[in-house]
Design a protein around this ligand. Structure first.
Ligand code: SF4
Ligand code: SF4
Length: 458
């Protein structure tokens, strides 16, 4: 399938390739919920001393994926709602952790290695490419898509991660292959002729199972569903397509090479509200208030867990970095509106419709705040949403069908193909929340029209 649609949003606040290692805080706040997981099965008691890498809780609905203790510490269960708090924390040396978790000699098969990744905290870096959920470690995939791209502002710079960890990246590729039998690995690189790609190619010479894939650098062509469709792969519950990114590959390598639980996280801390946007190396549970203090440019900020199009605003209830977090986007809250802004020529603004004078400028990055998008209006049938949609559906038409509550018609117009990239909402001049509306409608269709059945086929 040909890649279609897409649009790049040029915003100020991209992270540079620098990686700052954060010192341990005095206390860790580990959220029991993250975008995909709900760690409802507690494995520790209040006041218990835990070792680094020990299982604190599990998600029974996601193959018992564990929430691991990132450090040695004392557990507090009641002090913050929906969090496990770790006090008196202390970091163990790598050797000490290895001593406490011996490598089992039976762990030779692909399936046992996948189980090990699950127990040691690296399996959560895998995605079912079509469902965006955690794949079943017991089932072999039909293919793996390994992507080092992050095109939605302001993701981790995969290139920088690979550059900074080249030997581990190459070793990780071998480890990835040991998880499967003969299925291919598609390696998605930003430029298949770059120095970096040449180096990787040289190092994996003769390994026919890796196929290089170059895609246009346009959002959302880094989306696993879009990539899987463009490769002609089909959704399948028995043999899914796995998606994994550069940081996940490093986690796989670490767990399978050293037999140590993986509890580190590299996150991008970026956006127009950040003083020096960069990558931070830290652990889940790091206090968000501490992360923000001194690193932002404005007093009132909106912190988004994820990108500006697909992320969720962090509420006051969430105290620490969740176990899936890979980026925070920070915007300045309630920036003053431009007086008579609509009448300004707009040399400093972008618009998909090219309606501002910025059209005559060279490429530049815009400063976005939480106030710049205006109010909702009815659909004006401009067709921009259809133009940018990578799924090839008609968001404006589906929006109207949903307004009339025509769920059968909505389904016929293939709302199931929506990949949730949020681009339609971004380009819409009427500010309609199409992406959010479609994800709600997707659930409604499943509940009302197919209460017993699974997903429709691709
Ligand atoms: S309809 Fe879905 S896939 Fe298409 S642009 Fe909107 S969110 Fe993206
Ligand atoms: S972009 Fe917005 S206004 Fe334009 S057709 Fe789509 S829904 Fe309607």
């Amino acid at each position: 399938m040909k890649l279609r649609g897409g649009y790049n949003i040029l915003l100020k606040g991209r992270p540079n390739s620098e990686e700052e290692v954060l010192c341990d805080p005095e206390i860790l706040y580990l959220p029991l919920q993250s975008p995909r997981f709900n760690f409802s099965e507690l494995c520790v008691e209040d006041g218990q001393q835990v070792a680094q890498g020990q299982i604190l809780a599990k998600d029974p609905d996601n193959f018992f994926v564990p929430l691991l203790a990132p450090r040695v510490g004392t557990v507090r269960l009641q002090s913050v709602e929906s969090h496990i708090v770790l006090e008196n924390i202390e970091q163990k040396s790598e050797e000490a952790i290895a001593d406490s978790k011996e490598i089992s000699v039976q762990e030779k098969s692909a399936e046992s290695k996948r189980k090990k990744l699950l127990d040691y905290g690296a399996w959560q870096f895998f995605y079912d490419a079509f469902e965006q959920s955690l794949p079943d470690p017991a089932k072999a995939p039909q293919a793996i898509i390994l992507s080092i791209l992050r095109l939605e502002p302001f993701g981790i710079n995969g290139d920088a991660i690979v550059q900074n960890n080249l030997p581990d990246f190459i070793a990780g590729l071998e480890k990835l292959q040991s998880l499967i039998e003969y299925q291919p690995v598609y390696l998605v690189m930003p430029d298949t002729k770059s120095e970096l790609t040449r180096y990787v190619r040289e190092k994996i010479k003769g390994k026919a199972w890796v196929e290089f894939m170059e895609v246009p650098l346009r959002y959302p062509f880094d989306n696993f569903t879009v990539l899987a469709r463009s490769l002609g792969l089909k959704r399948g519950s028995e043999n899914p397509v796995w998606g994994i990114r550069a940081e996940g590959l490093l986690a796989v390598n670490k767990v399978l090479s050293n037999s140590q639980p993986y509890t580190e996280r590299i996150i991008s801390f970026a956006g127009p509200g950040v003083k020096i946007p960069k990558h931070l190396k830290t652990v889940p549970g790091y206090p968000i208030d501490q992360l923000i203090s001194d690193r932002v440019t404005c007093e009132e900020t909106r912190v988004i867990n994820g990108g500006i199009l697909t992320g969720e605003t962090v509420t006051k209830k969430t105290k620490g970095i969740d176990s899936e977090c890979s980026r925070f986007t920070v915007l300045c809250e309630h920036t003053e509106r431009e007086f008579m802004g609509f009448a300004m020529p707009g040399f400093g603004k972008h618009s998909y419709s090219n309606s501002f004078m910025s059209l005559v400028r060279r490429k530049f990055r815009e400063n976005i705040t939480t106030d710049l998008r205006g109010e909702q209006r009815p659909c004006v049938a401009c067709g921009f949403c259809e133009e940018v949609c990578p799924a090839g559906i008609m968001p404006h038409f589906i929006h109207k069908l949903l307004y009339q509550n025509e769920l059968e018609e909505v389904e016929k117009h293939r709302i199931d193909l929506c990949v949730g990239c949020g681009l339609c909402s971004f380009v819409c001049p009427s500010k309609l929340e199409l992406g959010k509306q479609f994800s709600d409608a997707h659930d409604l269709i499943r509940e009302e029209l197919h209460p017993q059945s699974s997903e429709p086929e691709e």
